[in-house]
Design a protein. Structure first.
Length: 102
């Protein structure tokens, strides 16, 4: 899961056959959502590091912690930025509980 290989997503829903990429290049907008997630994670991490390290002023401490957070959360950000984009910008993408019943 945390390998450095390219992340893969299903192109189509296995239940209903919905094609996730609504139009060519649709998920380029997910980069903006991912950027917002990373900024929120880094601000939170920076504040926590500041208070947990007794108000340390070492830039190397902050760079190391933030680099580790970016690497640790990159698979999460990759997937969930696309999920958030689909939910926010695609009014036609709705969950249908009837499709989960076999």
């Amino acid at each position: 899961m945390y390998g450095f290989r390219a992340q893969k997503m299903n192109e189509d829903c296995p239940h209903c056959g919905f094609h996730f990429e609504v139009e060519p290049g649709y998920f380029y907008a997910a980069m903006y959502v991912s950027y917002a997630l990373v900024v929120a994670q880094l601000v939170t991490t920076g504040i926590l590091t500041f208070y947990l390290s007794n108000k340390s002023e070492s830039p190397m401490l902050y760079l190391g912690v933030m680099a580790a957070i970016i690497l640790a959360f990159s698979p999460f950000n990759f997937r969930y930025s696309r999920v958030i984009l689909l939910h926010l910008l695609s009014p036609n993408v709705k969950y249908n509980p009837m499709l989960d019943k076999d």
